[in-house]
Design a protein around this ligand. Structure first.
Ligand code: IPE
Ligand code: IPE
Ligand code: MG
Length: 255
């Protein structure tokens, strides 16, 4: 057993989820239109996708568009959808080269047809990669997810495929968009805001949260590494006491 002053090896969270925020403010600070912030934000999506994988993360979920974001000015929504389509088309080659699997969560069937088409194609082309997954939360909202899950579960009960009295979290969670995905270990939000904005409310039940003042276009691999270092200073107790989590002391065995 190592002496108690030797810190254990850093643990890399298997699943990191990021609320990418601050594109608009980043642009405003520079006297640029908001859309320029989103354009730079796309570059950060690209760099962070590979930075996370380099650091040993297995799954990265990025909150890219919320169900509430449709209420933004129409020209901004249109520009975001255009950027999304452009990004996906441009990235496919890189995803295949670097073995990145793409998956989405959210009501993607309400996205523009062009975006849906490129999403379907990219998901299909990358579905056999199993070492690293990029999950895009698109037209995502945790409450909408719960509504969709409740509808699907109720339909399964009505059809006799589920028994109401047998249901547990394991059963219900299979109806969430995140079915089959591990829960996030670490949730990061950029731009200094300290709220969850309808993101992964159930799945982040025991996630660690790290908030950074950095606006998303300025977020770097070093910021990601700093968030992972902060995660390593936390003690995830899952309802237990600190003592319960410590390894049992070595017993003196009498010969
Ligand atoms: C995050 O940046 C991107 C999306 C929500 C699509 P914002 O556009 O929210 O930037 P701020 O919060 O206005 O600075
Ligand atoms: C959350 O950011 C949604 C995404 C990052 C896609 P918002 O900028 O929309 O959140 P609020 O409005 O500040 O809570
Ligand atoms: Mg914002």
């Amino acid at each position: 057993m190592p002496p108690s002053d030797v810190r254990p090896e850093p643990v890399v969270p298997a699943h990191i989820a990021i609320i990418m925020d601050g594109n608009g403010r980043w642009a405003k600070q520079r006297g640029l239109p908001r859309i320029e912030g989103h354009r730079r934000g796309v570059e950060t999506v690209r760099t962070t996708t590979f930075a996370a994988r380099d650091l040993g993360v297995k799954m990265l979920t990025l909150y890219a568009f919320s169900v509430e974001n449709w209420k933004r000015p129409q020209d901004e929504v249109g520009a975001l959808m255009g950027l999304l389509e452009y990004y996906l088309k441009k990235e496919l080659e890189t995803f295949i080269r670097d073995r990145v699997r793409l998956r989405t969560i959210g009501r993607t069937d309400e996205l523009p047809a062009g975006v849906q088409k490129v999403l379907r194609h990219t998901i299909e082309e990358t579905k056999h990669f199993d070492d690293y997954t990029l999950v895009l939360a698109l037209n995502y909202g945790a409450r909408t997810e719960m509504v969709d899950a409740a509808r699907a579960y109720a339909a399964a009960v009505a059809a006799g495929r589920e028994k109401l009295n047998d249901s547990s979290w394991d059963t219900i969670s299979r109806y969430l968009y995140t079915s089959g995905m591990p829960d996030p270990d670490l949730v990061i939000r950029t731009s200094g805001e300290t709220r969850v904005s309808n993101f992964l409310l159930m799945q982040a039940a025991y996630a660690e949260f790290v908030f950074t003042p950095v606006h998303w276009p300025d977020f770097t691999k070093a910021d990601l590494a700093a968030a992972i270092a902060e995660y390593n200073r936390r003690e995830r107790r899952f309802g237990l006491t600190s003592e319960q989590l410590k390894p049992a002391p070595v017993q003196n065995v009498k010969k």
